[in-house]
Write a protein that binds this ligand. Structure first.
Ligand SMILES: [Zn+2]
Length: 252
C-alpha cells in the first residue's frame, strides 16, 4: 500500500494503466545492481531512483575527474577527486530519499559480482571495458539474472537486454574474444547526449522488466546519433560460445 506521499511522488507512473499501483509496488520492492557510475550509469541510476526502485546497489571504484563532467550528469566541479559512488548516492538520495542505496567502491571482480548479482532482480551493466563486461555477462548467466547492457562511442550507441534462460545469444556471442573491442568511450570520444540516451534506455528496459511488460530479449538495438535512427538485430546463440553455447558452455 502506497503512502500519500508516494502516491503523489509517483503519480505519473500510477496514471500509466500498465504500471498503476501494482507496478509501482513492484518497483518499490525491487533491487537493481548498477555496475559503473559513469556516462551510462549516472542517467540510468537517476531514472531508476526517481521512478521509485526500492533498492539500488552502485558499484564503481573510480573517482570523479574533470573530464567526466562533460557527460556524467550526477557530478559537479566540487566532486572532483571524490568517489563516484559516494557522490552519486548523495545526489540520488536528494532526488528520492525513499531509495535504499548501497555503495560498493570496488571494481567488479568475481567475488563482488557473485555476491551482489545473486541478490539483485536485474543487473544494469554501465561499464566501459570488455573484460568487465565478459565477467558480468558470465555471472549473470551462471546466476540466471537478467542483464541490461549498454555502450556508446562517438555518435553511436547500443543497448541489449539478455535473459539467460532464453534461447538468444549473450554478450560474448555478440563480441567473441577474437573480435576487436566494441564501443568504448574511454579510448574514443563520446557525444554526451548519446550516452545519456543509451543510459536512459537501460533504465527504461529495467523498469519495463520490473513492471512485467513484454521485453525485447536478445534484440540488439543500435542508435545512430547523427541520423537519429534505431536499428534492431536478433542476437543468435553461438554454438561455440563458452558462456551460453550449448554443450560447449561452461555452466555451473
Ligand atoms: Zn553466448
Amino acid at each position: 500500500m502506497l503512502t500519500d506521499q508516494q502516491a503523489l511522488r509517483y503519480s505519473s507512473n500510477l496514471l500509466i494503466d500498465s504500471i498503476g499501483e501494482p507496478g509501482q509496488q513492484r518497483l518499490l520492492d525491487s533491487q537493481v545492481l548498477i555496475i559503473g557510475l559513469g556516462g551510462l550509469g549516472t542517467p540510468a541510476s537517476q531514472y531508476l531512483a526517481s521512478s521509485g526502485v526500492g533498492q539500488l546497489t552502485l558499484m564503481d571504484h573510480d573517482n570523479v575527474s574533470l573530464s567526466n563532467l562533460q557527460r556524467q550528469t550526477l557530478y559537479g566541479s566540487a566532486d572532483i577527486g571524490s568517489l563516484k559512488v559516494t557522490q552519486a548516492a548523495q545526489r540520488l538520495s536528494e532526488i528520492n530519499p525513499d531509495v535504499d542505496i548501497t555503495t560498493l567502491s570496488q571494481a567488479a571482480s568475481e567475488d563482488t559480482l557473485r555476491d551482489h548479482i545473486g541478490t539483485s532482480d536485474i543487473v544494469v551493466d554501465c561499464t566501459d571495458n570488455r573484460d568487465t563486461r565478459y565477467l558480468i555477462n558470465r555471472y549473470c548467466y551462471w546466476l540466471n539474472k537478467p542483464l541490461i547492457s549498454g555502450a556508446a562511442r562517438g555518435f553511436n550507441g547500443q543497448v541489449l537486454a539478455l535473459k539467460p534462460s532464453a534461447d538468444h545469444g549473450c554478450y560474448q556471442c555478440l563480441y567473441p574474444a577474437s573480435v576487436k573491442e566494441p564501443l568504448n568511450c574511454t579510448n574514443a570520444g563520446i557525444a554526451a547526449p548519446v550516452v545519456g540516451i543509451i543510459g536512459a534506455m537501460q533504465a527504461l528496459l529495467a523498469i519495463q522488466y520490473l513492471t512485467l511488460h513484454e521485453m525485447p530479449w536478445g534484440r540488439l538495438k543500435s542508435f545512430d546519433g547523427l541520423i537519429h535512427r534505431w536499428q534492431k538485430a536478433e542476437l543468435p546463440k553461438s554454438t561455440t560460445c563458452p558462456i551460453c553455447g550449448g554443450e560447449h558452455a561452461n555452466n555451473r
